[in-house]
Design a protein. Structure first.
Length: 150
C-alpha cells in the first residue's frame, strides 16, 4: 500500500480513486475519477479488467465482519464523511481505518457496523486440489454477474 492523497474534493471528489491508487500502488493520474459516474462500481470493474482484478463492497456487521476482514490486508472502507453530506472512502487494514486520503485525516463518521467494506480480488482464482486431480478455475465475474463486456 502506497498512501496517495486525493486532489479533488466534495461530492465528486476523487477519494475513492485515491484509495484504489493507494491499494494498487498506482499513480493517481492513471486512475479515473469513478465518482463522476452514477454506475461507479461498474466503471471501477471495467477499469480493473485489464489488471485481472474485481472490486466488491458490502456491509459487514459484528462477528461476520470481524471473522472475514481478519484474512484481508489492506482494503477500502466507505461511510459518512466528517465534512458534509457525501460519503467518503479510506484505506483500511484488517477492518480498521488506516489511511485517509483527505488532508484532514478525519477518517469516517459512525461505527464499523455503518461502513461498507470494499475488496479488490482476482477475477479468477484456482482451487487445488480437487477430487479428480484437475485444476478448478472459477471466474468471479461470470459467476456473480454473467460474462462482462470487454
Amino acid at each position: 500500500m502506497q498512501p496517495t492523497q486525493q486532489t479533488i474534493y466534495g461530492q465528486t471528489g476523487n477519494c475513492f480513486s485515491a484509495v484504489i491508487a493507494s491499494l494498487l500502488e498506482e499513480n493517481l493520474n492513471d486512475v479515473p475519477n469513478f465518482c463522476l459516474y452514477q454506475n461507479w462500481r461498474e466503471e471501477t470493474n471495467e477499469w480493473l479488467v485489464d489488471k485481472n482484478l474485481f472490486y466488491i463492497d458490502m456491509l459487514l456487521r459484528g462477528d461476520l465482519r470481524d471473522e472475514l476482514v481478519r484474512f484481508f490486508g489492506y482494503h477500502e472502507i466507505s461511510g459518512r464523511s466528517p465534512r458534509g453530506s457525501c460519503d467518503h472512502s479510506i484505506v483500511g487494514y484488517k477492518g480498521e481505518p488506516r489511511f485517509d486520503p483527505h488532508p484532514s485525516g478525519d477518517m469516517l463518521l459512525g461505527k464499523p457496523d455503518d461502513w461498507r467494506y470494499g475488496f479488490i480480488i482476482p477475477r479468477e482464482f484456482h482451487i487445488f486440489p480437487n477430487p479428480t486431480g484437475q485444476r478448478y478455475s472459477h471466474n468471479v465475474i461470470e459467476a456473480s454477474h454473467g460474462p462482462t463486456k470487454r
